[in-house]
Design a protein around this ligand. Sequence first.
Ligand SMILES: [Ca+2]
Ligand SMILES: [Ca+2]
Length: 363
Amino acid sequence: MNTKTLLLLIAAWLTALTAVAQDFSSGGFSYNITGDNTVEVTKDYMGGTQYSGNVTIPSTVTYNGKTYTVDAIGAYAFQYCEGLTGVTMPNTVTTMGDYAFGDCPALASVTLSNSLQSVGYYAFQNCTALTSITIPNSVKYILDQAFSYCDHLTTVKMGDNVEQIGNNVFQYCTALTSLTLSKSLTEIGWTAFTNCSSLTSVTIPDAVTFIGHYSFSECTGLTTLTIGSGVTEIGWSAFEGCPALTKVTCMATTPPTIDEYTFDADVYAAATLYVPDGSVSAYQDTYPWWLFTMIEGIVDRGDVNNNGTINIADVVELIDYILTDNAGAINMVAADVNYDNIVNIADAVEIIDYILHGFWRND
Ligand SMILES: [Ca+2]
Ligand SMILES: [Ca+2]
C-alpha cells in the first residue's frame, strides 16, 4: 500500500468516525449534545442538504422539552458548504472545532461570537470570498491555518486581547492590505503571513517577543516595517523575499536575536534601519544587524528614560529632572514633547495625556 492510499483510507475512516455524531436536528441545524445543557452545531450528516445562504445560528435550542445552550461549532460543521454566503454566530459560542467553516467558497460575511476564545485550526481556510474579518475582544488565540489561502481577504481587524497568532494563519492572503495587530500579541507563529504580497506596511506591537520563522517571507510589497520594543527574537527568514523593504524600524533597545537570512541581502544593503537613539552602536556591533549599511538613531518622543517604551516611569523621570535640574539623567530631546525647546511641566502633562489616550494631542 502506498502512502497516498494509506492517507485516503485514514481520511475515510476519520470521516466515518465523525459521521456517526449527530444527535438531533432543529430549525435547519444539526446538533450534538455535549453536556447537561449544552450542544454544538454539527455537520448535516443525515438530512443530505448542506447549510446554505445567510445563516444565523441560534443561542439556544429546545429538544424533547429541554433547552440547550449552543456553545460550540463542531469540527467540520460547515466545511465544504458551497452555497453558504454568510454566518452569524451567537454570543453563547465559546469554542469552534477544526475546519469549522473551511473551504466555503461563497462565504463572504462572518460575524464571530463575542465570547469566542479562539479561532479554530483551519477554521476559515480557503474561504476565498471572505473580504474582511473582525476578531472579537474575547479571542486570545488564532490557531494554525485559520485564514490561510483566503485570497480576497483585504482587512483584518484584531481585538485587543489576541495573544498568539499560530503557524500559517494568514499565509497566501494575497489581497491583505489592512492589518491591525492586537496590542496584547506576544507571539507570531511560523509562516503566519508568508506570501501576503499586498501588505505594504506592518507594525509589530510592543508586547510581541517572538516573530516566527518565515512569518512574513515573500511579502513582496512590504516597504515599511516597524518592530516593537519587546521583541527578543526574530526567526530565520522572517522577512526573506521582501525586497521592497526600504525602512525598517526596530524599537528594541537591545538588538533582538536574528539570523543572517532574516532579511534579504539587498535589504541589508539598501534599506535604512532605524533604532532607538541610544542603541545605534549596539546594533552596529551585533551580528548580523551590522549587515545593515545604514543604521540611524531615532528619538522616540516621550521616551524620557530611553528604554523604548513610554509610560509613567518617563513622567517620574521628567518631574525628577524638573525638581533637580539633573539634565544628564534624561533624554532632553525626547522629553520636549511639545517642541517648544523647554523641558517643563507642560511636557509631563502631555506625556500623561499620551499614556491615557494613546496619541499626541498636538500632532
Ligand atoms: Ca521610557
Ligand atoms: Ca516642552
